[in-house]
Write a protein that binds this ligand. Structure first.
Ligand code: F6P
Length: 538
């Protein structure tokens, strides 16, 4: 059953053009009352137009949709991904010291912990040089070949965790565009490079094509026999990894209850583990586990994933803002917006509810972003003065890792705070006029110039603040967003864990390849596609 947004719609209409600054005037403690903390994180949503009544109406959605029961169903291994008949248990991958987790009556934890111990051992031995290449030298470079969830998690986290990298260099190849693998392989030495083929299904065309290209590149240098030493695989499909010639000892498996975009916590995170070491990787898992415990136990008003989700629903489904921007003031989170794009848009970009009925409201929003301060000099113009409202999700740490550059960090933080302040406060016409009058403008020209300098303000944002971006904090942030997606999905009544929308394009691409290579006629194609085939066919 779809939830009923009518009470919230009415509150939105009644709020009209109410300025959020008035909410601060009405409640001197608004900043405290509209923020929440969890294990060192501070989530501030005071700079939104949500008041106490609106928040109550948002909380009511939780009961209406049965979020608490569904949350337990997820954590306890029920098959909540019901279009694929699967449990959703990425949380089991970080359940380091939790109890058993049953799927079909079987505890999955022994196998999870066994695989983690194998990963630890493998990563340690690579890092120490105990596992060496055919040349006898330690591996210096790791190339992770994967796409979507088998790429975005590791590459995002590898960039984020640079201060902790003390192992071999990692490189990531995802695109089927030959330029990608060409440019990566040009930077590494085949004698000292380990290739990790990361694919849950081991059928994804991009990954299998790139894996074959890597094999063809390696074999002349290391021989056919070297393949078993220079390739590892991360997959649920052990039969397929064997067919590729990968040594079963170098295959790290996982189960179908780990979705691709939720898989960085297990074998798909192997490249990250090799780079930062098993201890740091364990801290990453512990951060996520702490967020799991928080999500499962905190009351809604203190529950970060719940609050983030409700703010998201308010902005998207009620206020009608179709996109949201993720704006980390943390350069090393440069791939986080792309990671969240897959996490949120592949999960909640669905047009029908669980029972197959058309959704009576919009699905999840478009997610996009860039680190600050770079974005300020690119697209913030539209965020401040464009005709569309873009709710912004700022993130910032109290400290950077570069303590000798504290003055830069101070500038970074002040820019982050200034942006959310400017979005809320704006600059009205009188202020703009005064600025222009001080510059000597007058009359009609003053009016014209002032109009360009008005900032409407009253634009919503949230800020997630943390101490310093450690592996633990990164784990918390990713798990926070995973659970936010869960709550939004449950309230919208959709299945956040399938992704049928990617299939049609895959099928059509397979059918088009023989047309492009001249082995099949394209006469059944539409006029535009035929026209483009004529141009692009070699
Ligand atoms: O095509 C979408 C998708 O299935 C994603 O959900 C997934 O993360 C990605 O492709 C890669 O899949 P695999 O890990 O099976 O290669």
């Amino acid at each position: 059953m779809p939830v009923d947004f009518s009470a919230l719609n009415a509150l939105h209409t009644a709020a009209g053009s109410r300025h959020m600054l008035d909410l601060f005037d009405a409640d001197r403690s608004r900043a405290e009352n509209f923020s929440a903390r969890a294990d060192g994180l501070l989530f501030d949503y005071a700079k939104t137009n949500i008041d106490v009544q609106t928040r109550e109406a948002l909380f009511a959605l939780l009961d209406e949709a049965g979020v608490a029961d569904k949350r337990e169903a997820m954590f306890t291994g029920e098959k909540i991904n019901d279009t694929e008949g699967r449990a959703v248990l990425h949380t089991a991958l970080r359940n380091l010291d939790g109890g058993p987790v049953l799927v079909d009556g079987k505890d999955v934890m022994p196998e999870v912990l066994n695989t983690l111990a194998r990963m630890d051992d493998f990563a340690d031995r690579i890092r120490r040089g105990d596992i060496s290449s055919v040349s006898g030298s330690p591996f210096e470079d790791i190339v992770n070949i994967g796409i979507g969830g088998s790429d975005l998690g590791p590459v995002m986290a590898y960039e984020a965790m640079q201060p902790y990298v003390d192992g071999p260099r990692c490189h990531f190849v995802s695109n089927v565009d030959g330029a990608h693998i060409h440019d990566v392989l040009a930077r590494v030495n085949p004698q000292t490079t380990l290739i990790i083929v990361a694919s849950k299904t081991f059928t994804t065309i991009e990954t299998m094509t790139n894996a074959q290209t890597a094999r063809d590149w390696l074999v002349p240098h290391i021989g056919e026999d070297g393949v078993s030493k220079h390739f590892a695989a991360l997959s649920t499909a052990k039969d397929k990894t064997a067919a590729f010639g990968i040594d079963p000892d170098l295959v790290f498996g996982f189960e179908d209850w780990v979705g691709g975009r939720y898989s960085v916590w297990g074998p798909i995170g192997l490249s990250l583990m090799i780079a930062i070491g098993p201890q740091n990787f364990a801290d990453f898992l512990r951060g996520a586990q702490a967020m799991d415990v928080h999500f499962r136990t905190a009351a809604p008003k203190d529950n970060l994933p719940v609050l983030l989700a409700l703010v998201g629903l308010w902005h998207n489904q009620v206020c009608g803002h179709a996109t949201r921007a993720v704006l980390p003031y943390e350069q090393r989170l440069v791939r986080l917006p792309a990671y969240f794009q897959q996490l949120e848009m592949e999960s909640n970009g669905k047009r029908v509810s669980m029972d197959g009925e058309d959704l009576p409201y919009h699905s999840g929003p478009v997610v996009w972003g860039e680190p600050g301060t770079n974005g300020q000099h690119a697209f913030y113009q539209l965020i401040h003065q464009g005709t569309r409202v873009v709710p912004c999700e700022f993130m910032v740490g109290k400290f950077g890792h570069e303590t000798h550059l504290d003055h830069q960090h101070e500038l970074l933080v002040s820019n982050c705070l200034a942006q959310s302040e400017a979005l809320m406060r704006g600059r009205d016409i009188d202020e703009a006029r005064a600025v222009m009058a001080a510059k000597g403008f007058e009359g009609a020209e003053l009016e014209r110039q002032a109009a360009h300098r008005v900032f409407p303000g009253n634009r919503p944002s949230t800020t997630l603040a943390y101490e310093v971006l450690t592996p633990f904090v990164l784990g918390q942030i990713i798990a926070l967003y995973e659970h936010r997606v869960f709550v939004e999905g449950v309230i919208l009544g959709i299945n956040s864990y399938d992704q049928w929308g990617v299939e049609l394009g895959k099928e059509l691409a397979l059918a088009l390849q023989p047309v492009l290579s001249g082995n099949k006629s394209g006469s059944d194609k539409d006029g535009s596609t035929r026209h483009l085939i004529d141009f692009l066919k070699v």
